[in-house]
Design a protein around this ligand. Structure first.
Ligand code: DON
Length: 303
């Protein structure tokens, strides 16, 4: 195997040498305060070895990457019933698009666009209080990454609540099509808070190991579901940039507007990257580029 530690240091140098850091997400004001000249990468292999470079201990807002974990929880609670409420097709639209939801009668295309993730959150919330659902989500992440140092940033959640007009519109659309079990403000409150979870790049890479099929882990979900989550990450994990990500990077991945990406080499490694500046699809610009270079150098691909 090529020298992974050396490759990560090289990527860290290369990413910092290029001056174009992209644009941080401004529609959540609290996220706009994050300095954009940050880069981190961490790889945890199936046997648990950690390789890292850059600002890999700095916590950042995980945002949409939590959608993978909430989907795992929702499938665990509700099984395939969930698919009556949300589809499994790429959307070809921005993550916060409204138009498709109306055209398709309130059944979101997939669980990773915002409308779909709101439905998944609603499923995780059903039958209990938001704080109980959030406690399960936080605990799942703590167990997955093997650390108790995982927190919700309440300032980020409050900032998104105050400016989340599109998500309120999506939730009310869902309710108007009878595809919400809980009051929109409770489902959205839960959604905004799990998006506001903070983890470091190292923690995220460790947490992703449950999607690698690592042999020694406590099994959080079945091997079949691991495959299915990876399939959805591959086809829908980067919204209308999913085809481009598959072409350039070649492995399943899920992005967040905080600038993080979790990517999986099935049976081999979990990779997390973080750089807050985003490309035009709302996915980390340098994070995507670093993953493209890493998978080429390591000869990692699912194709
Ligand atoms: O709902 C939102 O808009 C954010 N809390 C999450 C969006 C996100 O991370 C999109 N990913 N690139």
């Amino acid at each position: 195997m090529p020298d992974l530690a050396q490759i990560l240091n090289r990527l860290d140098r290369e990413m910092r040498a290029d001056g174009d850091w992209g644009e941080v997400a401004a529609y959540i004001p609290e996220l706009a305060r994050v300095p954009k000249d940050r880069f981190a990468i961490a790889v945890v292999t199936a046997d648990g070895s950690l390789y890292r470079a850059g600002d890999a201990d700095e916590p950042f807002s995980v945002q949409s990457i939590t959608k993978v974990f909430t989907l795992a929880i929702a499938l665990g609670r509700s099984g395939d019933q969930l698919w009556h409420r949300v589809g499994r097709e790429p959307s070809g639209r921005a993550f916060n698009s409204i138009v498709q939801l109306e055209q398709e009668n309130g059944r979101p295309r997939n669980p990773f666009i915002n409308a779909g993730a709101i439905v998944v959150t609603d499923e995780v919330l059903s039958g209990r209080e938001p704080r109980e659902a959030l406690a399960e989500i936080v605990q799942f992440l703590k167990t997955a990454c093997g650390s108790d140092d995982v927190y919700i940033n309440n300032a980020v959640a409050a900032s998104e609540t105050a400016h989340g007009h599109r998500n309120f519109a999506l939730a009310h659309f869902l309710a108007s099509f009878d595809n919400l079990l809980n009051p929109p403000d409770l489902t959205l409150g839960t959604y905004f808070h799990h998006c506001a979870l903070e983890m470091s790049t190292v923690q995220l890479a460790r947490a992703g190991r449950f999607l690698v099929n690592a042999p020694d882990l406590p099994r959080l979900i079945s091997a079949t579901r691991v495959r299915r989550l990876n399939a959805l990450m591959m086809t829908c994990g980067h919204y209308d940039g999913s085809g481009d990500f598959a072409y350039r990077v070649g492995i399943p991945g899920k992005s967040g507007v905080g600038g993080g990406i979790l990517a999986i080499v099935p049976n081999v490694a979990s990779i997390a990257v973080w750089s807050p500046g985003l490309n035009r699809y709302g996915n980390s610009a340098k994070g995507t580029e670093a993953l493209a270079r890493l998978t080429r150098l390591m000869d990692w691909s699912v194709f």
